[in-house]
Design a protein around this ligand. Structure first.
Ligand code: NG1
Ligand code: ZN
Length: 558
């Protein structure tokens, strides 16, 4: 680094002192905290994004959001050149940068890192960063801090894209680096063109009346509802009743949104008995999660169709297309099977969904919680479908497989119309579903297209399998980092002894399954339990939560 660069960094450092006594870390989804604590962190992530752009010589994304967390929180994360999450290799540097207190320590840290990573500051490559934020009131000021961070790397430029969903920004970063048009309009057009293509390929033609009930969407009072309004205006075929859009004045994520619906299993605000039996969906605060639900008669209870059920619907559809593509004309499968399909879940996946998928003959892999792990695993297949139970997920297509489909699709037409259509459907799915991260808007369009393709109502979809009753709890602890897990978080290896007690408790319940793990986004230990009855799942989760509280918490539970 030359003198100009050093003095730029030193001068700006003094304007963004880190908050005293707060240590932040780049968790499951970037840095998250109360928004009032984040200015300095966001400024530093601006620097980080610029360095990442120099290193990769590509466009990088920086998103200001705290997703489903409360409106007073905020967060910041980086999108890598392929639109995925920032490489885990850079996370320790992100942590050190966010926590550096002394200006010279700060400078040395950057200097050493730049040298270690061989990042060059030559004039041929300048950093370029796309910035966006969700609808949180703190977003605008934090975005300014990010710009300040970026501008203290010599030559770096930022483009403020304003309010976007998280997946829109990731999509744009990916598109820009592939040399594809990358405006918001392009995003909407790609989604709608591929959606229309899927609808045109419905067996027996377009059947608009198949899903006679309307779709009603809860926008979490956030950016997702706002963007869905745009999508609806651009497409006459989309009949959607959008509630809790950010423009209706309700509080972000307060009694609304995918996280609330999934965890509480009750109707969000704005929904009630008039919606009984209708097809309802809920997005989270930055629209990277999607769940569907059915309002049940009497009270506020719902039947939840979570990420696992969305995954199962997608898996069934993709498997069907692959079978048609690979059939040899005598009802048997070709020996040269094209398109290895893999499913990726976490330990939070309902056991009934995993059984269902395995019974379909599919490969199911488990990874630790966090999109980065699921995404990485899914990228190992020709088609990898991953979902967290909370509704975050997508379908990844390997480039080679897509090129093979593209090159074969016309030839397939002379062999069989059905094979040709199966290839076209797979190509349409690859364009519709976000290849960078889970995206509630594209996920919603794909669910709608597949339901129409199958001729299914939400009730029929819901019957694919019956969820095992489950309960998720969280326990506040002194230091969540003392809990270390293994085997995709299904086993506690430290502190010693806890796993034996959990095993003994699980043994008390038929089909009892329970695990604990430290959250990556909150200062808690999460407890998940599953059993054959709700009472048993509740009781198992409670007894393990009490154990965690006694050993690691404040002893306030009994
Ligand atoms: P943590 O706090 O690490 O459990 C939560 C979700 C993740 C993921 C991240 C990022 C659960 C149990 N955990 O992570 O799946 O979505 O937030 O938003 O839902
Ligand atoms: Zn989110």
């Amino acid at each position: 680094m030359n003198e100009e660069q050093r003095s730029l960094l030193l001068e700006s450092f003094s304007r963004f002192p880190p908050p005293k006594g707060v240590k932040l870390s780049y968790g499951t989804a970037g840095f998250r905290a109360d928004a009032s604590l984040l200015e300095s962190t966001v400024y530093r992530v601006g620097i980080l994004a610029a360095l990442r752009s120099l290193k990769t010589q590509s466009v990088i994304g920086l998103m200001i959001t705290a997703s489903h967390n409360k409106v007073s929180d905020n967060g910041v994360k980086i999108a890598d050149p392929d639109g995925g999450m920032m490489t885990q290799r850079w996370e320790p540097f992100a942590d050190a940068l966010a926590d550096a207190w002394d200006p010279y320590e700060f400078l040395c840290l950057i200097d050493d890192f730049v040298r270690k990573e061989s990042i060059s500051f030559d004039d041929d490559h300048t950093a370029e960063i796309l910035l966006a934020r969700d609808t949180r009131p703190s977003g605008e000021a934090l975005l300014k801090a990010a710009k300040q961070g970026i501008s203290c790397i010599v030559g770096a430029v930022s483009h403020d894209l304003g309010v976007l969903t998280t997946p829109q920004l990731h999509w744009m970063v990916r598109a820009k680096n592939k040399g594809i048009e990358a405006t918001e309009r392009d995003y909407f057009e790609q989604l709608l063109n591929s959606f229309r293509c899927m609808v045109d390929l419905i067996p027996g033609g377009r059947k608009t009346n198949l899903n006679s009930e309307n779709l009603i969407v809860d926008g979490a009072n956030g950016v997702g509802g706002e963007k869905l309004e745009v999508l609806k205006e651009l497409c006459d075929d989309l009949v959607i009743d959008i509630r809790n859009s950010s423009k209706t004045g309700g509080m972000l994520n307060e009694g609304v949104g995918a996280d609330f619906v999934q965890k509480e299993k009750v109707v969000p605000c704005g929904f009630g008995s008039i919606d009984i039996g209708m097809r309802c969906a809920s997005l989270d605060g930055d629209a990277d999660r999607l769940v569907y639900f059915l309002v049940l008669p009497h009270g506020s209870k719902i039947d939840l169709l979570d990420g696992d059920k969305i995954l199962s619907l997608f898996a069934l559809f993709i498997k069907e297309q692959l079978s048609v593509l690979n059939e040899d004309g005598h009802g048997t499968t070709n020996s040269h099977y094209h398109g290895h399909l893999g499913i990726v879940q976490t330990a939070y996946a309902n056991g009934a969904s995993t059984n269902y998928l395995k019974n379909l003959g599919l490969d199911v892999a488990l990874t630790p919680t966090g999109v980065k792990y699921l995404h990485e695993k899914a990228a190992e297949y020709d088609i990898g479908i991953y979902f967290e139970a909370n509704g975050h997920g997508t379908i990844l297509f390997r480039e080679n497989f897509l090129s093979w489909l593209e090159s074969r699709k016309d030839e397939l037409l002379s062999i069989s119309k059905e094979k040709h259509k199966a290839a076209l459907r797979l190509l349409a799915v690859s364009k519709l579903i976000n290849q960078a991260v889970g995206d509630a808007l594209s996920g919603l369009l794909l669910v709608e297209a597949i339901l129409q393709h199958m001729g299914w109502s939400i009730h029929m979809w819901n019957k694919l399998y019956v969820d095992l009753p489950s309960r998720q709890l969280k326990v506040k602890v002194v230091d969540r980092t003392v809990v270390v897990t293994a085997n995709a978080e299904t086993l506690v290896v430290s502190p010693p002894g806890i796993q034996d007690t959990i095993n003994a408790l699980m043994g008390n319940y038929p089909q009892g399954r329970c695990f604990i793990r430290p959250s990556g986004t909150e200062d808690v230990i999460r407890v998940y339990a599953e059993a054959t009855t709700q009472e048993a799942a509740d009781s198992l989760a409670n007894s393990v939560a009490v154990l965690v509280d006694q050993l690691l918490g404040f002893g306030s539970m009994q």
